[in-house]
Design a protein around this ligand. Sequence first.
Ligand code: SAM
Length: 277
Amino acid sequence: MEIESEIDVGVQRALLDKVRRHTGIHMADRKWTLLQGRLRRRLQALELSRYRDYLAVLDAQPEEVGAFINLVTTNETSFFRTPRIWDHFRQQLLPEWFRQHRGATLQLWSAAASTGEEAYSMAMLCEEFREHHPAFKYQILATDIASHVLATGKAGHYQGKSIEGLRRTHPELAAKYFQPSGEGYLASPSLRAHVLFREHHLHRRLDGAARFDIALLRNVLIYFDEEGQCSVLENVHRAMAPGGVLVIGESESLTRLNVGFEFEQPLIYRRGERAHA
Ligand SMILES: C[S@@+](CC[C@H](N)C(=O)[O-])C[C@H]1O[C@@H](n2cnc3c(N)ncnc32)[C@H](O)[C@@H]1O
């Protein structure tokens, strides 16, 4: 089926607006070509030739929203992305937290987890730490708005570029924590037992008490405008324990935003003691 190539500006704007409404992601008008490319396959699958008809499907069928979110989000990630963060995690954050919280369980959050490489990177370093400190306990919550990436994380099964990257940069950890399985490698039961994957929209409040000692909110703020960033950071702030550590992505900064996190070093912030009403 031939898909229209001349698209009414009103339809373009309406679809860009749907992205914001459903994900909080701000796509300026100039991003239309990107969005068009991503939606094309979906139109083909639904045998629609006009973007205006897809808009009508999105309005009429709430179950289409999940597919739309899966298409419009950018899910790029890798194991141990940004190595210096992980050095800091292993050398400073884990030992410091353990010294100060004997008997407690370290609560970690991968807040835009994508396919789970970030959460399993944390889990591997926690397992390594536990080998030397058997009393150490931890739990990881991995959340994302896109259901298709969470399915990969839950399965804990990686192939291609993802696992090859880990095998190249961290061969010992890859061999210890990932076993060959089918076309790829499966995360060990010890890793999988510590990571819970769940759908969560960062523009909503996470349920439960403020509890996270360490939250990774990396490479996702860049997709929101300033108002959206503030609202997401307010929600993350609420979910974190006082004094908790927030890690952001390399192309992100909180310096212009007054959101209750204190700068500690590049990419690392600490949640202030301010309590929420
Ligand atoms: C580029 S990936 C970053 C993955 C990982 N944090 C990293 O740094 O490698 C961005 C992720 O944010 C997710 N995302 C986008 N908007 C979101 C929202 N409003 N709530 C939760 N997750 C969102 C996307 O689905 C995507 O998986």
